[in-house]
Design a protein around this ligand. Structure first.
Ligand SMILES: Nc1ncnc2c1ncn2[C@@H]1O[C@H](COP(=O)(O)OP(=O)(O)OP(=O)(O)O)[C@@H](O)[C@H]1O
Length: 912
């Protein structure tokens, strides 16, 4: 028992170190909404500066401390002014990636100045042993705990009680609002980053004696620190303190009691926390909170003459022309190019920020390597087995992505990558430890690929693998799988409402990306006769995202371009050719600086600028052929009818915690019938549609289609069954064209397409319903227009057309006439009437425009405070005293808030 307490107390020491770091990171997040992945690197820099001042130059301790913290504070202030402030309007991704750039830059600069050899710093706190309840513990640990408690209390009080603290928090959410309250947003931003970095500086000085001053260890502390901050939901200083302590104590106890599993100390507490976070996560995101800027994507179009020509020339240059050192460097770049291709697939196309891609490459290499060494498998068979294994592991890594997203997912995957590193790569019995795994030379179908004797052959093999992987990724981009991925990255809610199985798309993206990263990892590992797993450490996965970003995370060609910057790649070769004695740290610093410059000036990456150039050159020489008009490209519209289906909502109750949003709704929508759902703001109308479409589960009651209960069905299954919806906030894929928006809705759900797309991508003809909807809503001329360029009224029509493109039997429209002119509203009413009468579609429509509802609907249902207070024909509802009292007012035909005065004159016989 005493031993357990002893280890728990030791763990509090580790937890204290995490707390000191975590609180500064949390302060920055609360004040600017940015997770600073460089926070551990800032602490590392502080430790080096402090070592330089106190140990090397003999500056008095107090002065050295003040100077170090001051420098960190100033650098934090400068980081805000030079990087974060200009990035204020950039995407969240660009801001996160810029912190990865800072990470790389600080590590590179520290290596250049202080070298890779560790420095030692003694604790400035007294280290005498104190006995508490029979257990001995160093006084410095107790003092550190006190400092962590004081820091947490000060930050907590400042955040809650001081006007400045409140303003800093408000500034993260709305700079304009803080400005109108008399605060300077940039002063607050600079202060947040300055204080945050200063706190990291204090942490660096205090924890350096515990963890040592090295360029590797301290920046990596960011991983457990992020986990602690996640436990605090990235908002609470006290929960973060608790999280850090839990992690510290768990790690210490595991190191004592699970010491038979190497690496368990780092991994087990992590896995427990990851599990917690995943359980706490959300399957379908909440109603959208606003637009976000996403990276621009390439088309994935393949020009076969170019691919064959460039590959053939590349092979010739590799075999006959280039010097051997260059060929080897290009081979490394090509291997990394495949790892970065997996980032393009995951982050570029699917929007999933995974920080574990290099670790996955390492897993494939490990399995293949072991099979070659232990089982004597031929190289190609071992490669296939390695890829099969990493496919499964990739699927496992996808599981957190099903319930977490954005920054949470990045942290979770970084944690998983570090678990793999601790449990597997650091396990000498699996990897051979410092000696590595001696795989020796390989051969492929009789061709000797000995990397020592024939490095050129090996490089050609890697080049061919890169080209094959790039073709697969390009095929996915052009196929229906790619369209689904892009829909998921843009808006998961809208994607699932269009019948896209978001879970399947994410699993697919993670699995294919894992295999592509696996090919990269295997070719990287087998380039040496002995595999060393140090090149698969978790930080490499972080760097991989940085390299992808520089190349262009939405472009296939961006992957090998980013791969030029890796250590040992083309960039290293160039630097070494010019400066033979240059340290690899130069390349890392240049890469870090490039990430920052690209984030600031060209977030779409290097390749986009070059593509613009290539396109403009091509355009000069291309013969002008008149483009086919959108109308010519459209298949002829055929008269359309839908399979009849009746939607029934019975006694549905929906609760959000203590709020009852819907308290017993009953309605049916029959084929060809238009039902209006009205009620004051907050009555529960959208919640009812959310429940019918599967976004929100009912607490009681049932929703059925043609008598079959849909309770428990996921969103996409309801869509595929024939229930489609539009959104009040439209939720269109704004940066895609109208055609692409409709294309996602038109794609059949066939599972086989995921496999077929790898080799033969399927084109997306619009569904007959989509074509009919485009003609009906007069959108033909807008088909190839990017949605964000359309007027608000036309975007509303696109949202309706997209809902119709899924070929529904029942259509749910959430405020379709909001923002339309009276002419457009009239036209919309005619179209909806026609959809019901001619197509046989059942329509449930929410609208505040009473004239529209009363003139159009066959039946009207009224909600008030979640309660259904009336239902019947428009005339019956209009005359209902409770409805008049609660909603319509005495002028029952008038729109409650500024609507048109009389009913829209549309009846069954009047359609256009
Ligand atoms: N995710 C949620 N968590 C908690 N409460 C919610 C949530 N979503 C909706 N509500 C609450 O449920 C009630 C009904 O909201 P809902 O948006 O469905 O109303 P509505 O009739 O569609 O309003 P409007 O006409 O303004 O769109 C409101 O009190 C709202 O605050």
């Amino acid at each position: 028992m005493t031993t357990a307490i002893q280890f728990a107390l030791l763990g509090l020491g580790i937890g204290t170190a995490y707390t000191l770091l975590a609180q500064g990171m949390l302060l920055i997040y609360r004040g600017s909404g940015v997770i600073n992945f460089a926070h551990g690197a800032v602490a590392m820099l502080a430790a080096y500066i402090y070592w330089q001042l106190r140990v090397d130059w003999g500056v008095p301790t107090a002065l050295a401390m003040v100077a170090t913290v001051g420098v960190c504070g100033l650098l934090g202030w400068g980081t805000y002014q030079v990087i974060m402030r200009p990035l204020g309007r950039a995407s969240a991704l660009a801001r996160v990636i810029s912190t990865l750039g800072i990470f790389m830059l600080l590590q590179g600069v520290a290596l250049l100045i202080w070298g890779a050899f560790p420095k030692t710093l003694d604790s400035d706190l007294p280290t005498t042993l104190v006995t508490v309840a029979g257990v001995s513990v160093g006084l410095d640990k107790i003092l550190l705990l006190v400092i962590a408690l004081v820091l947490t209390t000060v930050l907590w009080l400042a955040g809650r009680r001081s006007a400045l603290g409140l303003a800093i928090r408000a500034n993260a959410e709305n700079q304009r609002a803080t400005a109108t309250l008399g605060w300077s947003p940039h002063l607050l931003g600079g202060l947040t980053w300055g204080v945050g970095w200063a706190v990291a500086g204090i942490a660096g000085i205090l924890i350096a004696p515990l963890v040592g001053v090295t360029v590797d260890a301290m920046p990596l502390l960011v991983i457990p620190v992020l986990a602690a901050a996640l436990i605090g939901r990235l908002s609470s200083f006290w929960w973060t303190f608790g999280g850090a302590m839990i992690i510290g104590v768990l790690q210490s106890l595991v190191s004592r009691y699970v010491d038979f599993v190497p690496g368990a100390m780092q991994a087990v507490p992590f896995l427990v926390i990851l599990l917690l976070l995943v359980v706490r996560g959300q399957g379908v995101p909440a109603r959208s909170t606003g637009k976000q800027t996403l990276p621009t994507l390439g088309t994935g179009r393949i020009s076969w003459p170019w691919v064959v020509g460039v590959t053939a020339v590349g092979i010739l240059l590799f075999l006959l022309v280039f010097p051997e050192s260059l060929v080897v460097a290009l081979g490394v770049t090509a291997s990394w190019g495949m790892v970065l291709l997996s980032v393009v697939l995951l982050l570029g196309y699917t929007g999933q920020l995974s920080l574990a891609q290099v670790a996955l490459g390492g897993v494939a290499a490990l399995v293949a390597g072991r099979l070659v060494v232990d089982a004597g498998f031929p190289f190609p068979v071992a490669v296939l087995a390695g890829l099969a294994a990493v496919l499964v592991v990739g699927g496992l890594f996808a599981l957190p992505a099903l319930r977490t997203r954005g920054i949470d997912l990045a942290i979770v995957t970084l944690g998983l990558g570090s678990c793999v590193s601790a449990l597997v790569f650091a396990n000498g019995s699996l990897t051979g430890g410092y000696d590595g795994t001696p795989v020796g030379p390989q051969s492929l179908f009789g061709l000797d690929l000995d990397t020592i004797l024939y490095p050129r052959r090996w490089a050609v093999f890697v080049l061919v693998m890169l080209v094959l992987c790039a073709i697969v990724v390009a095929n996915i981009r052009r196929g229906s799988s790619g369209r689904r991925m892009i829909a998921v990255r843009t808006n998961e809610r809208a994607a699932s409402a269009l019948g896209v199985d978001v879970v399947r798309v994410k699993l697919y993206a993670f699995c294919v990306a894992a295999v592509v990263a696996g090919v990269g990892g295997i070719t990287l590992a087998f380039r040496n006769p002995t595999i060393l797993y140090s090149e698969f450490d978790p930080i490499q996965s972080v760097l991989a995202v940085g390299y992808s970003f520089i190349g262009g995370v939405g472009y296939i060609a961006g992957a090998p371009t980013g791969g030029t910057l890796v250590n040992g790649g083309f960039g290293s070769w160039v630097i070494h050719s010019i400066f033979p004695d240059a340290s690899p740290a130069w390349l890392m610093s240049i890469a870090g600086l490039s990430v920052l410059l690209f984030a600031l000036m060209n977030p779409d990456g290097m390749i986009r600028t070059n593509l613009h150039l290539i396109d403009s050159v091509k355009a000069r020489f291309r013969r002008h052929r008149p483009a086919r008009t959108a109308k010519e490209q459209l298949p002829p519209a055929t008269p359309h009818t839908v399979p009849p289906a009746t939607l029934a909502v019975e006694s549905v109750v929906v609760r959000f915690g203590g709020v009852t949003a819907v308290a017993g709704a009953d309605l049916t929508v029959s084929p060809g019938e238009i039902v209006g759902l009205i009620g004051p703001n907050g009555a529960g109308k959208t919640t009812l549609i959310d429940t019918v479409t599967g976004f929100v589960p009912p607490a009681e009651g049932s929703v059925s289609l043609n008598g079959e209960s849909m309770n428990g069905w996921p969103v996409h299954r309801r869509t595929r069954a024939g229930v489609s919806r539009s959104f009040q906030s439209l939720e269109l894929f704004e940066s895609s064209t109208v055609r692409e928006n409709l294309g996602v809705a038109s794609d059949p759900s066939a599972a086989a397409s995921y496999v077929k797309d790898l080799v033969a991508p399927s084109r997306s003809p619009l569904s007959p319903a989509a074509v009919a909807a485009v003609c009906e809503l007069d959108l033909v001329d807008s088909l190839d227009t990017v949605v964000s360029d359309l007027s608000y009224g036309r975007r509303r029509l696109v949202a309706i057309a997209r809902a119709i493109a899924t070929q529904p039997s029942v259509l749910l429209l959430d405020e379709p006439a909001a923002g339309l002119s009276s002419g457009e509203t009239l036209e919309l009413a005619r179209v909806v009437r026609r959809l019901a009468d001619a197509w046989g579609l059942g329509v449930l429509v929410i609208e505040h425009d009473m004239a529209f509802v009363m003139g159009l609907c066959d039946k009207v249902v009224v909600l008030n405070f979640g309660r259904q207070i009336a239902s019947g024909t428009p005339d019956e509802v209009r005359a209902d005293p409770e409805v008049i009292r609660a909603y319509l007012g005495e002028q029952s035909t008038a729109r409650p808030a500024g609507g048109s005065a009389g009913p829209v004159p549309v009846t069954a016989g009047q359609e256009a």
